[in-house]
Design a protein around this ligand. Structure first.
Ligand code: SAH
Length: 236
């Protein structure tokens, strides 16, 4: 009994501290740098980032940086996640596809903003971890699968928003084909070993594509079945 009370007190202290750090992160790193979307700011105040990290990195959860996750990958910097989500302008009724779900953090945020999130991750070990974390958060509108995202979502269909969380030299044709009219696709474009341009591709209602550069970023490489990323061992 005593043990349970001690555990409950520790847990409540931990969750208060987590909320405090999260609010500070949003105020300073996110809103403080010009992110205005109220829905994005609210989602970031709600989703605890530390549960997406291994215990030894949990202390770094609210730092202003990407943090290592297994398989040589990283959970993206919170500000860049916010920038991508704001640019994607996810409406409540939107279907979202994420390529490169990694820890599952961005998918958890997108799930708060949209109706449904489909997510692909090439490393099975990361899929397993992300799934159990999303379940722990009670996130029921995410369908996370192992697979090569450069080939698009296997069941087909169109998405209002596609977020590619890894850097490619160009936009995979299969993803352009799965972008709905008026849809938005975000992808870091450029040399995977250098800085890339976070790029927004908008599909006009009549189907024409318009490309805009948003800002310089540095992401891990988008690795397709036929390629080998220099910072990725190539094996799923
Ligand atoms: N949004 C993630 C970022 C993870 S890093 C997060 O919040 O944690 C990018 C991820 O893309 C890595 O886990 C990597 O394994 C994955 N990836 C790279 N190429 C991929 C591909 N072709 N298909 C699916 N996932 C891919």
């Amino acid at each position: 009994m005593h043990g349970e009370v001690v555990r409950a007190v520790k847990e409540s202290k931990r969750s208060r501290r987590s909320r405090f750090l999260r609010d500070a992160m949003v105020d300073v790193q996110i809103a403080g740098r010009g992110i205005r979307s109220r829905r994005v700011l609210l989602a970031m105040r709600q989703v605890p980032r530390e549960i997406f990290l291994d215990r030894r990195f949990a202390e770094a959860a609210y730092e202003d940086s990407a943090v290592p996750i297994p398989k040589g990958q990283t959970i993206s910097q919170p500000y860049i996640v916010a920038r991508m989500l704001e640019a994607a302008a996810i409406a409540k009724s939107d279907r979202v596809l994420e390529i490169g779900a990694g820890s599952g953090y961005l998918a958890a945020l997108a799930a708060k903003l949209g109706r449904e999130v489909c997510a692909l991750e090439r490393h099975e070990a990361l899929v397993q971890r992300a799934r159990s974390r999303l379940r722990h958060l009670g996130c029921r509108n995410v369908d996370l699968r192992q697979g090569d995202g450069t080939a698009g979502w296997p069941d087909g269909g169109e998405f209002d928003v596609i977020v590619v969380s890894a850097a490619g030299a160009q936009i995979p044709a299969a993803l352009k084909a799965q972008l709905a009219p008026s849809g938005r696709l975000l992808i870091p474009l450029g040399d995977p070993d250098d800085v890339q341009w976070l790029t927004k591709l908008t599909r006009g209602p009549e189907g024409r594509f318009v490309e805009d550069r948003i800002e310089e970023v540095r992401f891990v490489p988008l690795v397709s079945a036929g390629s080998r990323g220099s910072r990725d061992d190539g094996r799923p």
